[in-house]
Structures are given as structure tokens and as C-alpha cells.
Design a protein around this ligand. Structure first.
Ligand SMILES: *Cc1c(COP(=O)(O)O)cnc(C)c1O
Length: 343
């Protein structure tokens, strides 16, 4: 079988949630947007619910509706994008809690679904989503009258503990929410690690659950093993792959493995990427194709049947480094062709 195997360690996932929950001086939610960062919402969300998560966060209402089907009644499902035109029926039927981002969203929400729960999102400097200070001042009393479930904001630089932006946003969040009697939330994974000042009443980890930085103590959750389709000898001066970008300088053994950029192995990582067989590292050679990658396996004592791209020898973040990106992008790019195994 040419299908690469993506194995997802559910024990590690749940342990990561427990570790963050132990660290947090607050309720620990779970961010499961983008199909649980590419790992599979239908498996990940129930496992986290069983572990004790009661509040889930998604990016948009459609994701929330899918999650409601998976989890059933009970858990709170919060939607970061708030209440967008066209979302009303989904929000009502799936009992979603939109995190309202503007006066306009607030008006849409209270007019279309009076009495339906909602949260509020404030901008404390990231300039992505949420109400700015002036808008918030104008709306504050009216909004608080309707008992929002949560007031939240998001940190722009929490993965850099020493960044001055963190303290600045913390200060702004405190000023904007001082004295209100509503649960507050500021921290995602990075914010949890910044310490209890940042935890407030609810924390919202995503990447840390899935084994990625900045949670350095996370247990790895993902392994990706790619089958070798063919191995060939390549003589000095011969080339491998599209564009002849790699030329053999010595007699080489080249394995062609069965994954490519259509599976999320980003084409640009080619020149820097390596895989593993056991503890031995083997470099990618030539350009990454849509479904195949050349790997130099010269000198290995045994011909490998599969090669490991992500696993115990190199983390998601190491692989991200090959493409000058972050673990989040590697996880959410994992393609639909892998056989996913939940262990
Ligand atoms: C994605 C997201 C999170 C989770 O962030 P991680 O860095 O993955 O922990 C939390 N809050 C908001 C608003 C987000 O967009």
C-alpha cells in the first residue's frame, strides 16, 4: 500500500490537555478549529470532552455545527468569528455561542436571536478581531446587561515570553475589563506558559494539545510514516526529480517515497528536509513532487520500507523549520490521503 500512515497518539493528546489544565489557574477549554488542527475533529473533540474539557472553540459557525453533532448537548461551543450574516440558523440550531466582535455583530445577534448566549471579543492590540476601546465603551453597559458568557481577547506575541507586547496587552485587557462580573479569557497555549497573571477565568489552548511549540514540554501527538515505493541506483552525474536540481556527486541509492506537496509536505522544504529510518537521518534530494519525494538512502545497512517524516526523531516543529514555517501550518496542511490511525 502506498498510503502514508499518520498516527495520532490520543493518550498524548489527553495528557497534554491535563498538563495545561494543571498549569492553568482557570478553566481549560480546547481549541479545535480547522478539524482540530488537521488531526480529526470527530476523534479529538470527544477525547478532550472525556478528559474534562467543557468549553470548545472553533473559528466559524459551520465548524461549530459539525462539532455539536459530534459532542451532542452539553459542552459549550464558542465561535471566534462571532455572528456573521447567514449564521443565525446554525447558531440557534447547534446552540453555538458566538464571540461577538463588533457593535454590528451585537445588533445582528440581539435582533435575530434575543436571549441567545454570546460572548464578547475585545481587541487589545493585535488588530485582528474584537472591539476596540471606543467601541467597547459605547457598548459596554448594554452588552453587560445581557450577561455575556465570556469576555476574551488574544495575544499577538505570546510565543515570545520576553516580548513587551505581552505585558502591554495584559494591561489593556485589565483596563478594559476591570470590575466586570463576566468570566474573562486572554491566554492561548503561549499565554498559559506566561504565567497565572494571564490565565483569568478560562484558557484556550490549541497547539499545545497537539504537541506543538511553544509548549516545549508537550508530548508529541503525531507520527507520519511514508512508504518507499522504489529504490534505485543513481550514477555520478545523473539527476533526480523535476528540474534536475539534484545531481549525484557520488554513486547513490535513491528511494522514492509516497507523499508530496498534495499531502502537505510543503514543496519549499525540499532542500532542507530530511527523514528518518530508526535513528539514521536521510536527506530529501531534488524537488518535492505532488505525490512523491526522492530521498538519499545511500549507505543504509538495510533498505527501509517506510521513512519517518514526523515522529520520535524529529518533531512537527523541526519539520516546520525545513519550510521556514510553524508547526501549526504543518499540522493544518496534513492532507486527506493519509490513513489516520488513532492509538
Ligand atoms: C487559534 C486560537 C487559539 C489557540 O491558539 P494556540 O496558539 O493554538 O494555543 C486561541 N484563541 C484564539 C482567538 C485563536 O484564534
Amino acid at each position: 500500500m502506498a498510503t502514508a500512515i499518520l498516527s495520532i497518539d490520543m493518550t498524548a493528546l489527553v495528557e497534554n490537555w491535563h498538563s495545561l489544565n494543571t498549569m492553568a489557574q482557570a478553566e481549560t477549554g480546547a481549541v479545535v478549529k480547522a478539524d482540530a488542527y488537521g488531526l480529526g475533529l470527530a476523534k479529538v473533540a470527544p477525547a478532550l470532552a472525556r478528559a474534562g474539557a467543557r468549553s470548545f472553540f472553533v473559528a466559524m459557525a459551520e465548524e461549530g455545527a459539525e462539532l455539536r453533532k459530534i459532542l451532542g448537548e452539553g459542552p459549550q461551543i464558542n465561535v471566534f468569528s462571532g455572528h456573521m450574516p447567514g449564521d443565525t440558523a446554525l447558531i440557534r440550531e447547534a446552540q453555538l455561542t458566538p464571540m461577538l466582535n463588533s457593535v454590528d455583530q451585537m445588533l445582528v445577534h440581539v435582533e435575530s436571536l434575543p436571549g441567545h448566549p454570546f460572548g464578547l471579543q475585545l481587541d487589545t492590540g493585535m488588530n485582528r478581531l474584537g472591539m476596540e476601546d471606543a467601541e467597547w465603551r459605547a457598548l459596554r453597559d448594554l452588552a453587560l446587561d445581557q450577561s455575556p458568557t465570556l469576555v476574551m481577547s488574544h495575544l499577538a506575541c505570546a510565543d515570545e515570553a520576553d516580548h513587551e507586547m505581552n505585558a502591554r496587552q495584559l494591561q489593556t485587557f485589565r483596563e478594559m475589563t476591570e470590575g466586570i462580573d463576566v468570566p474573562r479569557s486572554l491566554a492561548a497555549t503561549g499565554g498559559i506558559l506566561l504565567g497565572s497573571d494571564y490565565h483569568f477565568d478560562m484558557v484556550r489552548p490549541g497547539i499545545g494539545l497537539y504537541g506543538g511549540l511553544p509548549f516545549v514540554d508537550a508530548r508529541p501527538v503525531v507520527e507520519l510514516h511514508i512508504p518507499v515505493i522504489q529504490i534505485r541506483d543513481v550514477a555520478v552525474g545523473e539527476t533526480v526529480g523535476y528540474g534536475n536540481t539534484w545531481v549525484a556527486r557520488s554513486p547513490s541509492r535513491i528511494a522514492t517515497i509516497s507523499a508530496g506537496y498534495a499531502d502537505g509536505v510543503i514543496r519549499g522544504m525540499g532542500p532542507k528536509a530530511q527523514l528518518h529510518t530508526g535513528a539514521s537521518a536521510v536527506p530529501v534530494v531534488g524537488r518535492i513532487s505532488m505525490d512523491m519525494i526522492g530521498v538519499d538512502v545511500t549507505g543504509l545497512a538495510e533498505e527501509p520500507e517506510t521513512l519517518e517524516l514526523i515522529g520520535s526523531h524529529q518533531s512537527v516543529d523541526t519539520v516546520a523549520g525545513f519550510a521556514d514555517t510553524i508547526g501549526y501550518e504543518i499540522l493544518t496542511s496534513l492532507g486527506g490521503r493519509y490513513k489516520r490511525i488513532y492509538v
